[in-house]
Design a protein around this ligand. Structure first.
Ligand SMILES: *Cc1c(COP(=O)(O)O)cnc(C)c1O
Length: 456
Protein backbone atom coordinates (compact mmCIF):
# COMPACT_ATOMS: atom_id res chain seq x y z
CA UNK A 1 0.00 0.00 0.00
CA UNK A 2 1.25 3.49 -0.82
CA UNK A 3 1.75 6.05 1.98
CA UNK A 4 -1.22 8.35 2.63
CA UNK A 5 -0.95 12.03 1.62
CA UNK A 6 0.65 14.33 4.21
CA UNK A 7 -1.50 15.86 6.96
CA UNK A 8 -1.62 19.54 7.91
CA UNK A 9 -1.25 19.17 11.67
CA UNK A 10 0.76 16.93 13.95
CA UNK A 11 4.48 17.27 14.57
CA UNK A 12 5.29 16.96 10.85
CA UNK A 13 2.41 19.15 9.68
CA UNK A 14 4.37 22.40 9.39
CA UNK A 15 7.10 20.64 7.34
CA UNK A 16 4.46 19.26 4.99
CA UNK A 17 2.74 22.61 4.66
CA UNK A 18 5.77 24.79 3.97
CA UNK A 19 6.51 23.64 0.38
CA UNK A 20 2.79 23.56 -0.41
CA UNK A 21 2.48 27.12 0.83
CA UNK A 22 5.29 28.13 -1.51
CA UNK A 23 3.24 26.63 -4.32
CA UNK A 24 0.08 28.43 -3.19
CA UNK A 25 1.83 31.78 -2.86
CA UNK A 26 3.50 31.41 -6.26
CA UNK A 27 0.19 30.49 -7.88
CA UNK A 28 -1.57 33.43 -6.22
CA UNK A 29 1.13 35.65 -7.67
CA UNK A 30 1.12 34.21 -11.20
CA UNK A 31 -2.69 34.02 -11.29
CA UNK A 32 -3.05 37.63 -10.16
CA UNK A 33 -0.46 38.73 -12.74
CA UNK A 34 -2.28 36.87 -15.50
CA UNK A 35 -5.53 38.63 -14.57
CA UNK A 36 -3.89 42.05 -14.52
CA UNK A 37 -6.93 43.94 -13.23
CA UNK A 38 -9.60 43.81 -10.53
CA UNK A 39 -11.68 41.21 -12.39
CA UNK A 40 -11.02 38.72 -15.21
CA UNK A 41 -11.90 40.16 -18.62
CA UNK A 42 -14.44 38.53 -20.90
CA UNK A 43 -17.45 38.12 -18.62
CA UNK A 44 -19.07 34.94 -17.27
CA UNK A 45 -18.70 32.88 -20.47
CA UNK A 46 -14.95 33.41 -20.75
CA UNK A 47 -14.35 32.76 -17.05
CA UNK A 48 -16.41 29.57 -17.08
CA UNK A 49 -14.50 28.30 -20.12
CA UNK A 50 -11.11 29.13 -18.55
CA UNK A 51 -12.03 27.33 -15.32
CA UNK A 52 -13.34 24.32 -17.25
CA UNK A 53 -10.06 24.14 -19.19
CA UNK A 54 -7.92 24.48 -16.07
CA UNK A 55 -9.81 21.84 -14.10
CA UNK A 56 -10.24 19.27 -16.84
CA UNK A 57 -11.67 16.16 -15.24
CA UNK A 58 -12.94 17.15 -11.77
CA UNK A 59 -12.61 13.62 -10.42
CA UNK A 60 -9.98 11.81 -12.47
CA UNK A 61 -9.34 8.12 -11.86
CA UNK A 62 -5.73 8.90 -10.95
CA UNK A 63 -4.76 12.01 -8.99
CA UNK A 64 -2.71 14.93 -10.31
CA UNK A 65 0.09 16.15 -7.99
CA UNK A 66 0.10 19.53 -9.77
CA UNK A 67 -3.58 20.23 -9.00
CA UNK A 68 -2.76 22.69 -6.21
CA UNK A 69 -0.75 24.92 -8.52
CA UNK A 70 -3.14 24.63 -11.47
CA UNK A 71 -6.30 25.28 -9.52
CA UNK A 72 -4.98 28.07 -7.29
CA UNK A 73 -3.62 29.81 -10.39
CA UNK A 74 -6.99 29.53 -12.15
CA UNK A 75 -8.80 30.59 -8.98
CA UNK A 76 -6.63 33.70 -8.66
CA UNK A 77 -6.70 34.53 -12.35
CA UNK A 78 -10.48 34.40 -12.32
CA UNK A 79 -10.97 36.21 -9.01
CA UNK A 80 -12.52 39.58 -8.21
CA UNK A 81 -9.62 40.80 -6.08
CA UNK A 82 -10.86 43.04 -3.27
CA UNK A 83 -7.29 44.27 -2.71
CA UNK A 84 -7.32 45.83 -6.19
CA UNK A 85 -8.18 49.52 -5.75
CA UNK A 86 -10.65 49.39 -8.65
CA UNK A 87 -12.64 46.56 -7.00
CA UNK A 88 -15.21 48.57 -5.05
CA UNK A 89 -18.69 47.15 -5.61
CA UNK A 90 -19.67 45.41 -2.43
CA UNK A 91 -18.98 45.13 1.28
CA UNK A 92 -16.33 42.68 0.15
CA UNK A 93 -13.14 43.61 1.95
CA UNK A 94 -9.50 42.86 1.23
CA UNK A 95 -8.48 40.67 4.18
CA UNK A 96 -5.45 41.62 6.26
CA UNK A 97 -2.45 39.39 5.63
CA UNK A 98 -2.11 38.70 9.35
CA UNK A 99 -5.75 37.56 9.55
CA UNK A 100 -5.37 35.24 6.55
CA UNK A 101 -2.18 33.82 8.08
CA UNK A 102 -3.97 33.17 11.38
CA UNK A 103 -6.78 31.49 9.47
CA UNK A 104 -4.24 29.04 8.07
CA UNK A 105 -3.51 27.88 11.63
CA UNK A 106 -7.25 27.40 12.14
CA UNK A 107 -7.42 25.28 8.97
CA UNK A 108 -4.36 23.23 9.90
CA UNK A 109 -5.46 22.39 13.45
CA UNK A 110 -9.14 22.22 12.53
CA UNK A 111 -10.68 22.72 15.98
CA UNK A 112 -14.46 22.44 16.00
CA UNK A 113 -16.40 24.56 18.45
CA UNK A 114 -19.20 22.12 19.23
CA UNK A 115 -17.41 20.48 22.15
CA UNK A 116 -14.53 21.29 24.47
CA UNK A 117 -12.67 18.07 23.60
CA UNK A 118 -12.37 19.27 19.98
CA UNK A 119 -11.37 22.83 20.80
CA UNK A 120 -9.94 23.41 24.30
CA UNK A 121 -7.96 26.61 23.63
CA UNK A 122 -10.22 27.76 20.79
CA UNK A 123 -13.27 27.67 23.05
CA UNK A 124 -11.48 29.60 25.81
CA UNK A 125 -10.30 32.17 23.25
CA UNK A 126 -13.78 32.45 21.79
CA UNK A 127 -15.28 33.17 25.21
CA UNK A 128 -12.75 35.97 25.80
CA UNK A 129 -13.09 37.58 22.37
CA UNK A 130 -16.88 37.39 22.12
CA UNK A 131 -17.20 39.09 25.52
CA UNK A 132 -14.60 41.77 24.72
CA UNK A 133 -16.29 42.64 21.41
CA UNK A 134 -19.71 42.71 23.07
CA UNK A 135 -18.35 45.11 25.71
CA UNK A 136 -17.01 47.34 22.93
CA UNK A 137 -20.64 47.73 21.79
CA UNK A 138 -21.91 48.29 25.36
CA UNK A 139 -23.34 44.75 25.53
CA UNK A 140 -22.55 41.79 27.78
CA UNK A 141 -21.98 38.81 25.49
CA UNK A 142 -21.96 37.73 21.86
CA UNK A 143 -21.98 34.61 19.71
CA UNK A 144 -19.97 33.96 16.57
CA UNK A 145 -21.95 33.63 13.33
CA UNK A 146 -21.26 33.08 9.65
CA UNK A 147 -22.18 36.73 8.97
CA UNK A 148 -24.91 39.31 9.07
CA UNK A 149 -27.55 37.00 7.63
CA UNK A 150 -27.15 34.40 10.39
CA UNK A 151 -26.86 37.16 13.03
CA UNK A 152 -30.14 38.69 11.86
CA UNK A 153 -31.82 35.27 11.89
CA UNK A 154 -30.63 34.69 15.45
CA UNK A 155 -31.82 38.16 16.49
CA UNK A 156 -35.32 37.32 15.25
CA UNK A 157 -35.19 33.91 16.91
CA UNK A 158 -34.21 35.46 20.27
CA UNK A 159 -37.04 37.98 19.85
CA UNK A 160 -39.52 35.20 19.10
CA UNK A 161 -38.40 33.25 22.17
CA UNK A 162 -38.64 36.38 24.35
CA UNK A 163 -41.96 37.71 23.00
CA UNK A 164 -43.71 34.75 21.39
CA UNK A 165 -44.51 33.66 17.86
CA UNK A 166 -46.76 36.66 17.14
CA UNK A 167 -43.86 39.12 17.30
CA UNK A 168 -43.93 41.35 14.24
CA UNK A 169 -40.78 42.66 12.56
CA UNK A 170 -40.92 46.39 11.82
CA UNK A 171 -38.03 47.66 9.71
CA UNK A 172 -37.03 50.59 7.55
CA UNK A 173 -37.09 50.51 3.76
CA UNK A 174 -33.27 50.44 3.76
CA UNK A 175 -33.03 47.32 5.95
CA UNK A 176 -31.12 44.28 4.72
CA UNK A 177 -33.16 41.68 2.82
CA UNK A 178 -32.09 38.99 5.28
CA UNK A 179 -34.36 40.50 7.97
CA UNK A 180 -37.75 39.95 6.28
CA UNK A 181 -36.41 36.63 5.03
CA UNK A 182 -35.62 35.59 8.60
CA UNK A 183 -39.24 36.44 9.58
CA UNK A 184 -40.38 34.12 6.79
CA UNK A 185 -37.93 31.40 7.88
CA UNK A 186 -39.13 31.57 11.49
CA UNK A 187 -42.81 31.61 10.58
CA UNK A 188 -43.42 35.08 12.04
CA UNK A 189 -46.21 37.43 10.92
CA UNK A 190 -45.58 39.40 7.73
CA UNK A 191 -43.03 42.15 8.44
CA UNK A 192 -43.96 45.80 8.16
CA UNK A 193 -41.73 48.11 6.16
CA UNK A 194 -41.56 51.75 7.18
CA UNK A 195 -40.92 54.05 4.21
CA UNK A 196 -37.58 55.85 4.41
CA UNK A 197 -37.87 58.84 2.06
CA UNK A 198 -34.54 60.28 3.22
CA UNK A 199 -32.88 56.86 3.26
CA UNK A 200 -33.07 56.35 7.03
CA UNK A 201 -35.87 55.09 9.25
CA UNK A 202 -38.17 58.00 10.15
CA UNK A 203 -38.87 57.90 13.93
CA UNK A 204 -42.27 59.62 13.51
CA UNK A 205 -43.39 57.03 10.95
CA UNK A 206 -42.10 54.31 13.27
CA UNK A 207 -44.09 55.79 16.13
CA UNK A 208 -47.22 55.72 13.95
CA UNK A 209 -46.68 52.08 13.00
CA UNK A 210 -46.06 51.00 16.60
CA UNK A 211 -49.23 52.82 17.67
CA UNK A 212 -51.33 51.39 14.86
CA UNK A 213 -50.20 47.76 14.70
CA UNK A 214 -50.90 45.22 17.40
CA UNK A 215 -47.73 44.06 19.19
CA UNK A 216 -45.45 42.55 20.25
CA UNK A 217 -42.93 44.29 17.94
CA UNK A 218 -39.33 43.79 17.04
CA UNK A 219 -37.94 46.98 15.50
CA UNK A 220 -34.88 46.49 13.33
CA UNK A 221 -32.79 49.61 12.75
CA UNK A 222 -29.71 49.71 10.53
CA UNK A 223 -26.30 51.22 11.29
CA UNK A 224 -24.79 51.30 7.82
CA UNK A 225 -27.30 50.47 5.10
CA UNK A 226 -25.96 48.12 2.45
CA UNK A 227 -26.98 50.40 -0.40
CA UNK A 228 -25.84 53.78 0.87
CA UNK A 229 -24.04 53.33 4.20
CA UNK A 230 -26.62 55.39 6.09
CA UNK A 231 -27.13 55.16 9.86
CA UNK A 232 -30.68 55.26 11.23
CA UNK A 233 -31.26 57.80 14.06
CA UNK A 234 -30.59 55.27 16.82
CA UNK A 235 -31.33 57.38 19.96
CA UNK A 236 -34.73 58.51 18.61
CA UNK A 237 -35.61 54.97 17.50
CA UNK A 238 -34.56 53.55 20.88
CA UNK A 239 -36.74 56.14 22.63
CA UNK A 240 -39.79 55.19 20.51
CA UNK A 241 -39.17 51.50 21.20
CA UNK A 242 -38.99 52.19 24.95
CA UNK A 243 -42.27 54.16 24.83
CA UNK A 244 -44.09 51.37 23.01
CA UNK A 245 -42.41 48.45 24.79
CA UNK A 246 -40.94 47.22 21.51
CA UNK A 247 -37.77 45.15 21.33
CA UNK A 248 -34.90 46.71 19.33
CA UNK A 249 -32.38 45.02 17.07
CA UNK A 250 -29.68 47.05 15.32
CA UNK A 251 -28.17 45.61 12.18
CA UNK A 252 -24.66 47.10 12.35
CA UNK A 253 -23.16 44.53 9.98
CA UNK A 254 -21.50 47.34 8.05
CA UNK A 255 -21.26 50.25 10.49
CA UNK A 256 -20.43 48.38 13.71
CA UNK A 257 -16.63 48.72 13.43
CA UNK A 258 -16.98 52.52 13.53
CA UNK A 259 -16.81 51.73 17.27
CA UNK A 260 -13.02 51.34 16.91
CA UNK A 261 -12.61 54.93 15.66
CA UNK A 262 -12.59 57.92 18.03
CA UNK A 263 -13.65 60.05 15.08
CA UNK A 264 -16.59 57.92 13.91
CA UNK A 265 -17.75 56.23 17.12
CA UNK A 266 -20.16 59.08 17.96
CA UNK A 267 -22.12 58.14 14.82
CA UNK A 268 -23.21 54.98 16.67
CA UNK A 269 -24.51 56.75 19.77
CA UNK A 270 -27.55 54.88 21.04
CA UNK A 271 -26.36 51.51 19.68
CA UNK A 272 -26.04 50.02 23.17
CA UNK A 273 -29.78 50.51 23.79
CA UNK A 274 -30.52 47.64 21.39
CA UNK A 275 -31.36 44.19 22.75
CA UNK A 276 -29.26 42.62 20.00
CA UNK A 277 -26.68 43.92 17.51
CA UNK A 278 -25.42 42.34 14.28
CA UNK A 279 -21.70 42.92 13.60
CA UNK A 280 -19.72 41.72 10.59
CA UNK A 281 -15.95 41.87 10.69
CA UNK A 282 -15.65 40.56 7.13
CA UNK A 283 -16.74 44.01 5.97
CA UNK A 284 -15.20 46.98 7.85
CA UNK A 285 -12.95 44.62 9.81
CA UNK A 286 -10.75 43.24 7.04
CA UNK A 287 -11.27 39.57 7.93
CA UNK A 288 -11.44 36.62 5.57
CA UNK A 289 -15.05 35.42 5.35
CA UNK A 290 -16.69 34.43 7.69
CA UNK A 291 -16.45 36.71 10.70
CA UNK A 292 -19.88 37.56 12.09
CA UNK A 293 -21.18 38.23 15.59
CA UNK A 294 -24.50 38.76 17.29
CA UNK A 295 -24.19 40.68 20.56
CA UNK A 296 -26.79 40.64 23.32
CA UNK A 297 -27.43 43.30 25.94
CA UNK A 298 -28.70 40.69 28.38
CA UNK A 299 -26.59 37.51 28.37
CA UNK A 300 -29.62 35.60 29.67
CA UNK A 301 -31.19 35.98 26.21
CA UNK A 302 -28.76 33.36 24.91
CA UNK A 303 -30.05 30.63 27.24
CA UNK A 304 -32.80 29.81 24.72
CA UNK A 305 -30.06 28.36 22.49
CA UNK A 306 -29.23 25.73 25.14
CA UNK A 307 -29.19 22.27 23.67
CA UNK A 308 -28.06 18.79 24.75
CA UNK A 309 -26.46 16.00 22.77
CA UNK A 310 -25.00 13.32 24.96
CA UNK A 311 -21.89 12.82 22.80
CA UNK A 312 -21.02 16.53 22.90
CA UNK A 313 -22.18 18.01 26.23
CA UNK A 314 -23.49 15.32 28.57
CA UNK A 315 -24.86 16.73 31.84
CA UNK A 316 -22.23 14.88 33.90
CA UNK A 317 -19.41 16.34 31.76
CA UNK A 318 -20.86 19.83 32.19
CA UNK A 319 -21.24 19.28 35.94
CA UNK A 320 -17.60 18.13 36.06
CA UNK A 321 -16.59 21.54 34.67
CA UNK A 322 -16.29 20.95 30.93
CA UNK A 323 -17.58 24.02 29.06
CA UNK A 324 -20.90 23.52 27.29
CA UNK A 325 -20.41 24.95 23.81
CA UNK A 326 -23.42 23.63 21.92
CA UNK A 327 -25.64 26.49 23.08
CA UNK A 328 -23.33 29.10 21.51
CA UNK A 329 -24.64 28.46 18.01
CA UNK A 330 -27.34 26.74 15.97
CA UNK A 331 -24.56 25.06 14.04
CA UNK A 332 -22.80 21.91 15.27
CA UNK A 333 -19.36 21.60 13.63
CA UNK A 334 -18.00 25.14 13.62
CA UNK A 335 -14.68 26.72 12.56
CA UNK A 336 -12.61 28.75 15.03
CA UNK A 337 -13.20 32.05 13.24
CA UNK A 338 -12.24 33.68 16.49
CA UNK A 339 -8.51 33.03 16.00
CA UNK A 340 -8.09 35.44 13.06
CA UNK A 341 -10.23 37.97 14.94
CA UNK A 342 -8.17 37.70 18.13
CA UNK A 343 -4.92 37.98 16.17
CA UNK A 344 -6.20 41.05 14.31
CA UNK A 345 -7.46 42.80 17.46
CA UNK A 346 -4.17 42.20 19.28
CA UNK A 347 -1.93 43.01 16.31
CA UNK A 348 -3.61 46.28 15.37
CA UNK A 349 -5.18 47.32 18.63
CA UNK A 350 -8.12 49.69 18.78
CA UNK A 351 -5.91 52.46 17.38
CA UNK A 352 -4.82 50.43 14.38
CA UNK A 353 -8.32 49.30 13.51
CA UNK A 354 -9.69 52.79 14.09
CA UNK A 355 -7.06 54.20 11.73
CA UNK A 356 -8.16 51.78 8.99
CA UNK A 357 -11.79 52.82 9.49
CA UNK A 358 -10.77 56.49 9.34
CA UNK A 359 -8.78 55.92 6.13
CA UNK A 360 -11.58 54.29 4.15
CA UNK A 361 -14.10 56.88 5.38
CA UNK A 362 -11.66 59.64 4.29
CA UNK A 363 -11.32 57.95 0.88
CA UNK A 364 -15.10 58.11 0.50
CA UNK A 365 -15.12 61.84 1.33
CA UNK A 366 -12.33 62.42 -1.18
CA UNK A 367 -14.09 60.36 -3.86
CA UNK A 368 -17.35 62.24 -3.28
CA UNK A 369 -15.46 65.53 -3.66
CA UNK A 370 -14.01 64.36 -7.00
CA UNK A 371 -17.52 63.45 -8.18
CA UNK A 372 -18.97 66.74 -7.01
CA UNK A 373 -16.25 68.76 -8.76
CA UNK A 374 -16.88 66.96 -12.05
CA UNK A 375 -19.75 68.54 -14.03
CA UNK A 376 -20.15 65.32 -16.04
CA UNK A 377 -21.18 63.46 -12.86
CA UNK A 378 -23.94 63.63 -10.29
CA UNK A 379 -23.35 62.82 -6.61
CA UNK A 380 -26.27 61.31 -4.69
CA UNK A 381 -25.17 62.56 -1.27
CA UNK A 382 -22.16 63.09 1.02
CA UNK A 383 -21.03 59.69 2.35
CA UNK A 384 -21.65 58.79 6.00
CA UNK A 385 -19.35 55.73 6.09
CA UNK A 386 -17.49 54.59 2.98
CA UNK A 387 -20.18 54.23 0.30
CA UNK A 388 -20.60 56.78 -2.50
CA UNK A 389 -23.54 56.72 -4.94
CA UNK A 390 -23.03 58.61 -8.19
CA UNK A 391 -23.94 58.50 -11.87
CA UNK A 392 -23.10 60.25 -15.09
CA UNK A 393 -25.20 63.39 -15.42
CA UNK A 394 -27.95 63.05 -18.06
CA UNK A 395 -27.67 59.24 -18.15
CA UNK A 396 -30.73 56.99 -18.05
CA UNK A 397 -31.06 54.05 -15.63
CA UNK A 398 -30.48 51.75 -18.60
CA UNK A 399 -27.22 53.60 -19.40
CA UNK A 400 -26.08 53.26 -15.78
CA UNK A 401 -26.79 49.52 -15.70
CA UNK A 402 -25.09 48.94 -19.07
CA UNK A 403 -22.06 51.04 -18.10
CA UNK A 404 -21.57 48.96 -14.95
CA UNK A 405 -21.83 45.68 -16.87
CA UNK A 406 -19.38 47.00 -19.47
CA UNK A 407 -16.81 47.72 -16.73
CA UNK A 408 -17.36 44.20 -15.33
CA UNK A 409 -17.10 42.34 -18.61
CA UNK A 410 -13.98 44.23 -19.69
CA UNK A 411 -12.47 43.50 -16.25
CA UNK A 412 -11.58 47.19 -15.81
CA UNK A 413 -13.44 48.07 -12.61
CA UNK A 414 -15.96 46.53 -10.22
CA UNK A 415 -18.68 48.97 -9.16
CA UNK A 416 -21.99 48.13 -7.53
CA UNK A 417 -25.47 49.46 -8.20
CA UNK A 418 -28.15 50.80 -5.90
CA UNK A 419 -31.57 52.35 -6.28
CA UNK A 420 -32.18 55.61 -4.43
CA UNK A 421 -34.82 58.29 -4.90
CA UNK A 422 -36.34 56.19 -7.67
CA UNK A 423 -33.17 56.18 -9.80
CA UNK A 424 -30.33 53.76 -10.41
CA UNK A 425 -26.86 54.79 -9.18
CA UNK A 426 -23.37 53.45 -9.45
CA UNK A 427 -22.13 52.41 -6.02
CA UNK A 428 -18.52 52.64 -4.89
CA UNK A 429 -18.02 50.82 -1.58
CA UNK A 430 -14.53 51.86 -0.52
CA UNK A 431 -13.01 49.30 1.85
CA UNK A 432 -9.42 49.25 0.65
CA UNK A 433 -7.23 51.17 3.08
CA UNK A 434 -4.31 50.97 0.62
CA UNK A 435 -6.12 52.78 -2.22
CA UNK A 436 -4.39 56.02 -3.30
CA UNK A 437 -5.98 59.30 -4.45
CA UNK A 438 -4.93 58.58 -8.06
CA UNK A 439 -6.77 55.24 -7.88
CA UNK A 440 -10.00 57.06 -7.01
CA UNK A 441 -9.49 59.54 -9.86
CA UNK A 442 -8.65 56.61 -12.17
CA UNK A 443 -11.95 54.95 -11.29
CA UNK A 444 -13.82 58.03 -12.51
CA UNK A 445 -11.75 58.12 -15.71
CA UNK A 446 -12.84 54.53 -16.40
CA UNK A 447 -16.48 55.48 -15.80
CA UNK A 448 -16.18 58.33 -18.31
CA UNK A 449 -14.51 56.03 -20.85
CA UNK A 450 -17.17 53.36 -20.45
CA UNK A 451 -19.92 55.96 -20.73
CA UNK A 452 -18.34 57.44 -23.88
CA UNK A 453 -18.16 53.97 -25.42
CA UNK A 454 -21.94 54.24 -25.42
CA UNK A 455 -24.92 51.97 -24.80
CA UNK A 456 -24.38 48.29 -25.43
C1 LIG B 1 -23.86 42.51 4.49
C2 LIG B 1 -25.02 42.83 5.31
C3 LIG B 1 -25.77 41.80 5.90
C4 LIG B 1 -25.54 40.35 5.56
O1 LIG B 1 -24.33 39.91 6.03
P1 LIG B 1 -23.64 38.60 5.43
O2 LIG B 1 -22.37 38.57 6.19
O3 LIG B 1 -23.47 38.85 3.97
O4 LIG B 1 -24.53 37.46 5.72
C5 LIG B 1 -26.77 42.16 6.77
N1 LIG B 1 -27.04 43.44 7.03
C6 LIG B 1 -26.35 44.46 6.46
C7 LIG B 1 -26.72 45.86 6.80
C8 LIG B 1 -25.32 44.18 5.57
O5 LIG B 1 -24.66 45.18 4.98
Amino acid sequence: MSTPPPLASGPEGPYHLRPLLDTVLDALHTGGRARGGPLPAGGPGAVTAAVRDAVGDVLPDQGDPDALRTLVHAFAEGAADPAHPLCAAHLHCPPLAVAAAADLAASALNPSLDSWDQAPAASALEALVTRALAHEAGHTDSVVTSGGTESNQLALLLAREALGGTVRLVHGAGAHHSLPRAAWLLGLPDPVEIPAPTGTLDPAALDDALTRLPGPHLVAATAGTTDAGLIDPLPEIAARCATHGARLHVDAAYGGPLLFSDLHRPGLTGLEAAHTITLDLHKLGWQPVPAGLLTVRDAQDLTVLRHRADYLNADDDTEAGFPDLLGRSLRTTRRPDVLKLAVTLRTLGRAGLGALVDRVCAHAQEFARLVQDDPRLELHDRPVISTVLFRPAHATDTDVAALRRHLLTTGRAVLGRARADGRLWLKATLLNPAARPEDLAGLLTLVHQAHAEGPR
